[in-house]
Design a binder for this molecule. Structure first.
Ligand SMILES: Nc1ncnc2c1ncn2[C@@H]1O[C@H](COP(=O)(O)OP(=O)(O)OP(=O)(O)O)[C@@H](O)[C@H]1O
Ligand SMILES: [Mg+2]
Length: 483
């Protein structure tokens, strides 16, 4: 197990002809990549600094295209950095090939070895982890190609299910026969050499027996000590991911969700120093997703393996991570524990990104000592704001209020008069989309208890929970905190 440290990571891809580099507003100017304006490359990661502690579950979230996969692939060694350092434990891994980094990655598009059973898919990584990861990019390319063949193959399978099974078996037997032949050759060559020692012969003999019986049903296989250890680990992972009853099936006999869990299990069984997971649950239905989510967390806690998990699903981020790193435009916006992100978002982007439905924002005017005013409402802030708001006297601010911090109240000047436009009753709670009665263009979302029946067109007064508001500097978009 190891700490992962990312130091000043930059990554650029060459721009295609006619493409222009896009820099989102929320990217702070000083941290834009070192390349000159008009450069011919597109910077995808811009000065990323992040420490993932030993055994920590770090979730990486951000909108599509913000650079999450690129960062993960860089850590795995599948992308070459433009600048920066990556440390795994006390090893600087920048120049190490993927196989030497002791990192296992689960890709968004999982791929299993179609001719191996679930058991052997799980054991594969354990037996041959070095070779497997080492193939890196080549391997991924091959997997994609294999997936592409998928649909075509499925049609063919349906037509010739029986013949197909035979062909498959024949193919496996051929591979197996070839392997056995090579192993026997190796033993003979070794015996013919002058440096015969008993231990070596024993190992070669054992390897031969393991290989020769591997395709037999589990009870009939020869198990070396190493193979027994592999078996124990496979079983542990299979039990945790609830795929134990599937161990003797081939991938084509599994549902999508089961396949995905086998792919996860394969990475986990290897017990690497670091797990990288790129949206591994994206192909699952909601129920299975929730189940697998808690299984992954449970397994990670047991194994204690440092994990970086990419998702753009907020619920996953909030429920799985020890900490969450939020990215936008190739830059880290905030790294914090889930509730800290919700309670104290560092800037407008994080405030809007975390929370569902998202936070409502209003441009307001601030007058010292503590008055917030909007054309349709005004209220006084508690004293704890006085110090940090001094410099904003007479200036504009952005006020943020979460939908759950607005509630239905009697009319008052500090409250908002609104008209209901949409009612979304989810059963356990109800979301309202409303507009201000005197300014219908100003819209917001409100979360109300499900017992209150509300009609579209109804007029309501909403009270703001003043101790839950958020304020942002409109120029820098950074949060202003009380005290
Ligand atoms: N090989 C490449 N060549 C050029 N541009 C690339 C390459 N790979 C990724 N990009 C660009 O880098 C940016 C980040 O891509 P990346 O795949 O890391 O995003 P992501 O955050 O994983 O998005 P998603 O949530 O959609 O998976 C995108 O704008 C993408 O177009
Ligand atoms: Mg991605």
């Amino acid at each position: 197990m190891a700490q992962v440290v990312l130091e000043n990571i930059y990554k650029s891809f060459p721009l295609r002809q006619g493409e222009q580099e896009k820099v989102p507003n929320s990217v702070v100017a000083e941290s834009v990549s070192p390349e000159a304006p008009g450069s011919t490359s597109n910077s995808v990661l811009r000065r990323i600094n992040l420490t993932v502690e030993d055994g920590e579950f770090m979730v990486l979230v951000g909108p599509s295209g913000c650079g999450k996969s690129t960062l993960l692939r860089s850590i795995a060694g599948l992308e070459v950095l433009t600048a920066g350092n990556i440390w795994v434990g006390d090893r600087l891994v920048n120049d190490l090939p993927p196989k030497d980094r002791d990192i296992a990655m689960v890709f968004q598009n999982y791929a299993l070895y179609p001719h191996l059973t679930v058991y052997d898919n799980l054991a594969f990584g354990l037996r041959r982890s070095q070779k497997e990861e080492g193939r890196g990019k080549k391997e991924e390319g091959r997997r994609k190609k294999e997936e592409g063949r998928g649909k075509k193959e499925e049609g063919r399978r349906k037509r010739e299910e029986e013949t197909e099974t035979e062909t498959e078996t024949e193919k496996i037997s051929k591979i197996q026969a070839e392997k056995i032949k090579n192993q026997v050759k190796e033993v003979i060559n070794y015996l013919a050499s002058n440096t015969v020692n008993k231990e070596r012969i024993y190992t070669l003999g054992e390897d031969f027996l393991v290989g020769a019986t591997r395709k037999l049903p589990p009870g009939l296989r020869y198990l070396s000590e190493r193979e027994k250890a592999v078996g124990k680990r496979v079983l542990k992972v299979a039990q945790l991911l609830q795929i134990e009853p599937l161990l003797n099936r081939l991938p084509k006999q599994l549902s999508g969700g089961q396949k995905q869990r086998v792919a996860l299990g394969r990475a986990m069984a290897r017990n690497p120093e670091v797990f990288l997971m790129d949206e591994p649950l994206s192909n699952l239905d909601a129920k299975l997703r929730a189940e697998t989510r808690s299984q992954i967390v449970q397994l990670q806690r047991q194994l204690g393996t440092t994990t970086i998990y990419v998702t753009h699903d907020q619920t996953e981020a909030m429920t799985m991570g020890d900490r969450i790193a939020i990215m936008n435009g190739g830059q880290l916006q905030q790294v914090a524990q889930p509730l800290e992100l919700y309670n104290k978002p560092a800037n407008l982007f994080v405030a809007e990104f975390i929370g569902s439905p998202p936070m409502n924002f209003f441009p307001v005017q601030f007058t010292a000592p503590l008055l917030i005013s909007h054309p349709q409402f005004r209220f006084t802030l508690p004293d704890i704001w006085a110090k940090n708001l001094q410099q904003y006297d007479g200036r504009g601010l952005i006020l943020g209020i979460r939908p759950e911090h607005l509630s239905i109240h009697p009319p008052a000047t500090k409250n908002l008069s609104v008209q209901v436009e949409v009612v979304e009753a989810l059963g356990h709670e109800t979301y309202l989309r409303v507009c201000l009665t005197d300014a219908p263009a100003v819209r917001m979302q409100v979360r109300v208890p499900p017992e209150r029946s509300i009609r579209v067109g109804e007029e309501l007064w909403l009270a703001i929970a003043h101790d839950k508001i958020h304020l942002f500097d409109p120029d820098t978009e950074m949060a202003i905190f009380p005290r």
